[in-house]
Write a protein that binds this ligand. Structure first.
Ligand code: NAP
Length: 281
């Protein structure tokens, strides 16, 4: 009798201990009755190119890439259009011996809004994206894809926001923080894609008092689970999405590529990660 081969994927990072991906993929492997494995691989930046090249020899079918390897992963693989446009890859898969990559943060972000505020993209005239870092690139790419007419990218370092217009086209308007009070009166969607509001960082300097009643709020931070921005959105009765749903939905595509089954984001899975986040407090 031949032994059944176990399909395995991993998350590569430096450090990697904080990654919640093993919990998410472990849950889906169990739920779908798949004999597989998902491991953490602590890989230094120096070792990363050789490690990635030997992924198949190490019996992996693919994996996630977390910081600081996302840009290098893009260079060392055949990226799809999304990963190319964003300039970073977070999901790797081996396709007929070829290392391919994608960026699943776009799907994660869009799905979190689809779940938290269905219909958010209907006639979206003005979207305000706070931040112009790596995560903001995925957010802006997603908003262009969904047809937002005007996307105002607000950033402390204006030059970084200006690059967004070159990268994502004329629907993007780079602006400074002083423009935010006026923009809030017009925005159909406001997304926090900065690291402000995360545990240990300064709070987001944003007063939702001036927002319209129908404005939707997107948050990408998930530590804490309920940021001050989300508390304020709830208080104002504004529809909103959270960073944990973005994290969970971004994982769906990788699992599907590696294990051939599209997994479900269930309330039970969400609760497992919530419990983990609360444990680490
Ligand atoms: P990043 O590339 O370092 O960008 C950070 C952004 O925040 C920049 O726009 C930066 O502005 C701004 N910022 C930071 N501190 C600031 C301050 N004190 N005042 C004004 N602006 C400030 O980080 P990232 O990779 O985009 O990640 C951003 C956040 O998203 C992180 O908290 C990360 O955990 C979260 N995230 C969540 C998910 C998810 O699945 N939910 C996925 C990816 C990332 P400057 O350019 O002026 O420095």
């Amino acid at each position: 009798m031949t032994e059944e081969k176990i399909r395995a994927a991993c998350v590569m990072g430096w450090p990697v201990a904080h990654s919640r991906s093993p919990l998410i993929h472990g849950y889906w492997l169990k739920q779908n009755g798949i004999k597989g494995d998902y491991r953490r691989e602590a890989v230094t930046p120096e070792d990363f190119p050789a490690f990635l090249k030997s992924l198949g020899e190490r019996s992996y079918v693919g994996g996630n890439v977390t910081q600081p390897h996302k840009e290098m992963a893009l260079k060392l693989t055949q990226p799809d259009d999304r990963a190319k446009a964003i300039g970073a890859a977070n999901t790797i898969y081996i396709d007929n011996g070829v290392l391919r990559s994608t960026n699943t943060d776009v799907i994660g972000f869009l799905s979190s809004l689809d779940v938290g505020a269905p219909g958010w993209d209907k006639n979206l005239k003005t979207a305000v994206v706070l931040g112009a870092g790596g995560a903001a690139r995925a957010v802006v790419y997603g908003l262009v894809e969904r047809g937002a007419e005007r996307i105002c990218v607000v950033n402390r370092t204006l030059a970084r926001a200006e690059v967004f217009r070159e990268r994502f086209g004329p629907r993007v308007y780079p602006v400074g923080w002083d423009a935010v009070p006026k923009l809030l009166k017009e925005a159909g969607l406001v997304v926090n894609a900065t690291s402000m509001g995360m545990t240990g960082n300064p709070d987001l300097p944003l007063d939702l008092g001036g927002a319209r009643d129908g404005t939707v709020i997107g948050e990408i931070i998930y530590v804490p689970l309920k940021t001050k921005l989300l508390e304020a959105a709830e208080k104002r009765g504004l529809k909103h999405s959270d960073g944990l749903d973005m994290l969970l939905y971004q994982a769906v595509r990788g699992f599907e590529l590696w294990f051939g089954v599209k997994p479900k984001v269930t309330p039970e899975l969400r609760q497992i990660i919530v419990d983990e986040l609360l444990k680490k407090k």
